[in-house]
Write a protein that binds this ligand. Sequence first.
Ligand code: ADP
Ligand code: MG
Length: 628
Amino acid sequence: MNKKQKKNLIRIIVSAALMIILHFVPVEGLIKLVLYMIPYLIIGYDILIKAGKGIINKQPFDECLLMAIATIGAIILGIIGSGDYVEAVAVMLFYQIGEWFQSYAVGKSRKNITDLMDIRPDYANIDDGNGSLEKVDPDDVEVGTVITVKPGEKIPIDGIIEEGTSTLNTAALTGESLPRDVVKGDEVISGCVNINGVLRIRTTKEFDESTASKILELIEEASTRKSRSEDFITRFARIYTPAVVFSALALAIIPPIAIMLISGNITFGTWIYRALIFLVISCPCALVISIPLSFFAGIGSASSHGILVKGSSFLELLSQTKTIVFDKTGTLTRGTFEVTAIHPQKIDAKHLLHMAAHVERYSSHPIAMSLKEAYKDENDGCSVENVEEIPGRGIKATVNGHALAVGNEKMMADLDITPKKCHKVGTTLHVVMDNEYVGHIVISDVIKEHSKEAIAALKANGVERAVMLTGDSEEVAKDVAETLGLDEYHAGLLPGDKVERVEKLFKEKTGEDAKIAFVGDGINDAPVLTRADIGIAMGGMGSDAAIEAADVVLMDDDPLKIATALKISRKCLRIVKENIWFAIGVKLICLLLGAVGIANMWVAIFADVGVMVIAVLNAIRCLHVSKR
Ligand code: ADP
Ligand code: MG
């Protein structure tokens, strides 16, 4: 319970106690009114202020106004006739109990989200200089410090293993319980749990910049970024609330006037009372409470599957996704290329690979990673300078004084070099040394294990069009697209072309609500990630650029997670809609009963709170979505 919740709980208890005590105090008239005003104002002052502010800002129609009118109306009825003020206090009281329940449940679900992602490290072990270990606050550990992680402990800070081998459990990060083996020299990220060996890790980041901290930060931001769901309620309330207010007004005026004209009886009191009941019943707080809660729970559920959704608005957009656009390399394919052929010209094969790998030394493109893997002697004393990476084309650098360029046919065209055609299917990397063509390296990628299943699952979850965009060659693209059953593909695209393609898809949209999602690995596709309605990043573990640019981040690179995310979003939106219909349905029935005088104020109050509780319980179902 936070401070505000405590304060509100105290207000609720105090005013409830006062209300009960006053019930037994035998006073009448003005003194009674003044006495009842004490609990009324204690419990309702903020609602009255909010209602007042709404009127001043010319946006009066919210549930605060409903509560304000209903209670002030009840007080006026008390003054002019009944002399009873309990109902006014009770309406405010129960409304505040509902509000309190909401904030408590939201807080709980927020905590659930962080609990689900049980990754917050509490300490780091460092050498105290006397050969034993000391537990310190990870915040105080400087970059480059060697920390020790014992079996069963969480890795607190990102780093590289200096000593030891072990198996890591990444379940908290990815939602998958596949253990990962690590050895000396491997990069490890915070939030993973060390299962067996003792690891000595040299940290490469500050605690704040480490993966676990970053993810927690994202989650916290996500829970505050609820623009769309709020908007959802506001949009709804914009029609609903005024309709209720005017209906109540009509109910208070028309029937008594009609009765007066027909029979001459004065029944204004009864009808005003009924109108007030009408107002209380129709308070939309069940929706105001359950809708944000559903989104929170949906985001929580997603994070337990290793899917970070950066805000409820993206959950809503995700549920409306009709077109999904994939980047190829690293998204549908593993992005770990194997060298399948080396065709040198003028120099020998080893030299060709050597040079190419050096050019790629500082690149983090999957192609670069693979070449470095194929040629392991990275630090063999060669000098690599003037590196210039040209997105979608290739990379240039000066290696040992030679001007080198590695890239595709587009790059060759730019350099005015005619590359040799290769008969092998795969991604061909042409190499140019000192303006002379020295051969090419053919590499080929493997389709990810779950890609095909993922496409099918997406289709089963409402996606109508699956498109692949790639900078790779036509043959490779065609092969992948056919294997996976994609609807269309476009090859040979530069990062800018990918944006254009997506623009084109926007023009071909079937409707306002047919959203376009783009899935990429954040390498060469950040512009598209931001342009699409929803950018989904294959975060890889710890690729900062992608995590930053995207709206949804998959903590591991499994494309099946996209389908899971879609499923969660659809369930969540379905529950939101259920709650809307349920709440409105029940309220309509109660309103009719109230209008004909069957329901009194107490029935109204309890009907309102009851609907809210059911809606909240329904919302909590968003937390549970099965994997497949
Ligand atoms: P994708 O769209 O499949 O993710 P990219 O846009 O990242 O591919 O790259 C498209 C093409 O550009 C690659 O297939 C490759 O031919 C070339 N290329 C890009 N970066 C590099 C690099 N670092 N080294 C060599 N070739 C590269
Ligand atoms: Mg790419």
